[in-house]
Design a protein around this ligand. Sequence first.
Ligand code: SF4
Length: 567
Amino acid sequence: MDFLLISPPVGNVGQAVSSLPALTAFLRARGWDAHQWDLSIDSFHHFHSRSYLARCRRIVGDHGADDRLMAAADRAVGEIDAAKASLRQQGAAGRRDTWRWAFDVLRDAGVLLTAASRGRHQHDFRHFDIPGAVRGFDSLGAALEDGEANPFIGFFMEHALPRLRRRAAVAIGISITYYSQLIPAFTLARLLRLQLPGTHLILGGGYLTATASDVERIPSALLPADAIVLHDGEDALDAWLNVVVRGRGALGDVPNVCLPQNGTFRRVSPRPHHTDLATVSVPMLTMQGLDLERYLVPKYAIGLPLSRGCHWGRCAYCNISNQTLARYRRRQTEQAVADMRATMAETGSNWFDLPVDSYHPRDLWELGRAILAADLSVEWAAEVLFDAGFTDPVVADLARSGCRCLRFGLESADPVTLKAMRKPTRPEVASRVLGSCRQHGIHTGVMVIAGFPTETQVGLGRTFDFLVDHRDRIDFVGIHPYSLVPGSPMARDPGAFGIYLRPHTAVMTTSLPFTNTNPVGMQNEDLPRVIEAMKAGLRDHYPELGELWTAAIGGWMTFPACCASGG
Ligand code: SF4
């Protein structure tokens, strides 16, 4: 085997990260004996097995757990298998009571896992963290070696290393998409270097791109990788494999990589290289290492990466421009339809939850009409802007082509705040688009940012009123506190937004500490209270707010809940 690409714990229990089958297929098309392994879902089932949870229950019992904790432990041990099975059953998303119970059991399991570590880590089906680990690279290094706090040392030694030794890949890649994967991924990298010292090792993924400025400060002693890929991985991996496996070319010519130098990592070229989406291959979803039956969904939603970047790319708080240099690219429509047809034939699923930053309405309309012309029976969802291009005829065609859900970044319904955010959304356009979606049967998700530095209580009140006024045409609401994201225009020029950066007290995180000097703006420390009050006020109109729809990374059951059959 030339190359094995691994998605480490703790990822999404509803879907494999889309880069895994996409990159594997790309490398195979380039002639590499490439394979994939979603180690994340295997880890989930290991830690959320009845036997593992029973062991945790004994530990908390031995340490004098109170009645409440023991009750949660008993529920987790006794009901975990049934809860996991229920989320996989056909029609699961339509049975809200069952669904709520299953999430409660998963939460109980998380409480038990965390309690059994006696607070040394926080671990549930979507999170993993070791408190204080990312205060600095020293503390991160300590966490990676602490067998008491870091359960992945034992898990990898027992369950991953033997298999990796047998598979004998010449090179291994580890892709990090979420913060929750950071400590497990670095732990695995260190174990691989110790246990399989001859194996070439490369790390990459969207999370590392989002924390790019810290990546160049990672001590190479902490992360003993041969290279780190930022931005698009396809051509970078192909070129890197040519150097390390076939001895062709030079590391200095590999695009998008950082290489170890003088104790840290140095970018080979400051200019990102973008993959031409016309050259990528149809993702491979059924080969060994990816078992679609293991995910907690009634039917697998295929994550076809049909576009990258954002066609707007200018919002002040967003780091998408950092990740893609604002270059919006999409797969040509004929190729997209062919990809859908091929993956449907391969998997038997006709669900597509498109992992895109923001699909242009013109392009989405073209895709919808092509799906209709090809007579494909699909159900799909995507993330989009409230763009005036979503006219009623466009929305009608999208609905006819199988669009079940559009997720919109409203962020605010206050024109002053929207302008400060450099967000092109207009509340009246948003209102009209939401109305069209409701009329044509497309479910809608609306995301809001609370606490933008110049936002006043009055401005946030306008957003609250908008959500209440449109409760008949909004299905899901997500409220996120504002955070200053590395690589965003605001992080590059904080003074222009009335904020200044405070000394960084953490590494490898996507939120920078700042002080807000805007006299009318809300203070960041007040946000949890403000958001809780906002949610409390909205619950009368959105009873499931903050529960089912946001219960997982990406709210993974949201899409099944929108589909005709609910699975
Ligand atoms: S917030 Fe959304 S619309 Fe704005 S630049 Fe980022 S991806 Fe594009």
